[in-house]
Write a new protein. Sequence first.
Length: 374
Amino acid sequence: MKKVYLDNAATTAIRPEVISEMAMVMQQEFGNPSSTHSFGRSSKSILELSRKTIAKQLHAAAQEIIFTSCGTESNNWILRSAIRDLKVQRIISSKIEHHAVLHTLEELQKEFALAVDYVKIKRDGSVDMTHLSELLSQNKPTLVSLMHVNNETGNVLDLDKTARICKQYGAYFHTDAVQSVGKTEIDLQQIPIDFLSASAHKFHGPKGVGFAFVRKGIVLQPMIFGGEQEKGLRAGTEAIHNIAGMAKALKLSYQHLETERNIITELKSYLIEQIGIHFPGYKINGCGEGFYNIANILLPFDEQKTIMILFNLDMKGIAVSRGSACQSGSVKPSHVLAEILDESDIRKPSLRISLSHYNTKDEIDYLIESLKTV
C-alpha cells in the first residue's frame, strides 16, 4: 500500500544526517557528562557544543538554553516558575493554545490564587492585540503566554509586536514556539521575548528532547530536583545522543531553510489550488495565508462523513489529522476550531494537512484522488 505522510505538525521524519550523528554519539560517546574522567569530559564537550549550536541559530547566548525532554515540559516549567519565582499574579493566554499550556493553567489556578485572562480571538483565528493591550493596562504582575504558530490553523503571531506590547506594560512574555523553531527565522537578540519553548521532533530531530530559552538575568528555580545538571535547573543525566541530534537537526534546518521553505510553499499552493478545483465550496480555517507548512481545510462534505474521513484516508495509507495529535483519541471537536467556526461548520469535516520538504506533488494528487472516493 502507498504510504503518504501529511501530518508534519504532529511530528517529522528524522533527517538521515541526524540519525548518523546520534548513532555515532551512542556508539562512541557514552560517558556521563557529569563524570570528571575523560569519558565524561568528552560527553560534556558534546553537550556544551550542542548548546552553543542551538543558541547560535536563534541569536541567543548559550547560557540561555536549558535542555528539557520536550516543549510540554518547557511550558510547564516556565508557567509554574513565573508564579513561584517571579511572583506573577496573573497569566494572559488564549483559548487556542496547545493543551500543554491550557491544561497547565487549569492546574495552576487550582494550586495558586492565580488570575487567568484569555485574550479575544478574531474570527480569522488571530489574536486581538487591542484587547491584549486593554488587559495589560490593568497593571498586575503578569506573564503573557501566546504561541508563535498555531499548531492547528497555522496562524502566525507577530512576536516582535507582542513582545514590545508586553514590555510597554512591564509584563513577561513567553511563547510556545514548538511549530516555528527550525522552520522560520527567530532572532532572540532583536525580539525581547523572555521565555521560549521548543521541541526537536518538530524540526526533523528526535523525540524526547527539547529546550527552553530563558532570558539572561531572569532567575528561575528547578522543577525537577536531584543533581546539578543544567546549572542546577533540570536534574537528571542528560540524553547526550538526543541533544546532539537536536542540535544537528536545528543546524541543518536553518542551513536549508530557504530552499526547503520554497519547496513547501509551492506544495501548499498546489494543494490549495487542487482542493479548489475538485472541491469548490471549501474554506480555509484561520487566516488565509497562515504558516507555510500548515493548511487547515474545511471540506464541503456532508457532516455524516466527518467521523469516517480520517479512517478512510488511513486505509489508503494517508496520514492527516483533524487537529492536535495530543488529542487524537478524542471525539470532541477541536478546541481551536470551536473558537473560530460557527456551529454548522464545526460539525463538518476539517483536515489539518501539514507538509515537509519530503512531500511531493504526486502525494498531493493521491490525497485529492482519495478524498474523491470518501
